[in-house]
Ligand binder design. Structure first.
Ligand SMILES: C[S@@+](CC[C@H](N)C(=O)[O-])C[C@H]1O[C@@H](n2cnc3c(N)ncnc32)[C@H](O)[C@@H]1O
Length: 201
């Protein structure tokens, strides 16, 4: 079931600004063919990627997110939507894979399958742009009610992330740690690793 907090999240993030990591990823890509948006939510990154000239394959586990995007992009033949998890999705060949604030909720049992499929989908010089959840984030604490958003979180350390992306050339690795508010107005301590990485072949 999509909680009230998730609905509010979609409402608030529908037209989010492009994140700096994605801007950087776009700046190093020559090919604007196909992009994959993993865990697309309300579809703000789909909008940015379309504006850059990509055909966008986007997936999300949540029926509500896919319905919102289906309505939003119903007249656009360059958007292909699927309701799927990180492990289930059938990844097409792509020059860019984006996982913006979504791998936080990937089932641990699916993470290696995701990595394998994502790596396989990237064409030579293709770029992965994604974020990972650090141990000091509010959502990673034992007393956090994980029913609020999308269930259990996947917490990873810098070493684990670097090891997971060992076949990639890591071009940007940023650790963000800051206090702020969720889109719904709750206090939140963010602890996020953002990565832009490229495959050479
Ligand atoms: C924090 S939101 C981020 C949405 C969007 N990427 C953005 O930056 O606005 C997390 C998204 O990941 C999706 N998600 C959660 N678990 C997932 C899974 N196992 N497989 C695919 N998508 C998932 C959620 O439904 C939600 O849309």
């Amino acid at each position: 079931m999509t909680t009230a907090e998730v609905k509010e999240y979609y409402r608030q993030t529908r037209n989010s600004q492009i994140r700096p990591e994605l801007t950087f990823a776009l700046s190093i890509l020559e090919d604007r063919g196909t992009a994959i948006d993993c865990g697309c939510g309300a579809g703000s990154n789909i909008k940015h990627l379309l504006a850059e000239g990509f055909t966008v394959y986007a997936f999300d586990i949540d029926k509500e997110a896919i319905s919102l995007c289906a309505e939003r992009y119903k007249d656009n033949p360059n958007v292909v939507l699927s309701r799927a998890t990180f492990g289930e999705f059938d990844y097409p060949n792509a020059s860019l894979v984006v996982a913006d604030a979504s791998l936080f909720f990937c089932a641990e049992s699916e993470f290696n399958l995701f990595l394998k499929k994502m790596r396989h989908s990237l064409i030579p010089h293709g770029v992965f742009c994604g974020a990972f959840l650090g141990a000091r984030d509010t959502m990673a604490q034992a007393d956090f009610n994980n029913e609020t958003y999308w269930g259990n979180v996947l917490v990873q350390s810098e070493n684990e992330i670097r090891e997971a992306l060992s076949g990639f050339d890591i071009l940007q690795f940023t650790e963000l740690e800051t206090d702020g508010k969720t889109p719904g107005g709750e206090d939140h301590h963010w602890h996020i690793f953002s990565v832009v990485a490229r495959v050479e072949n």
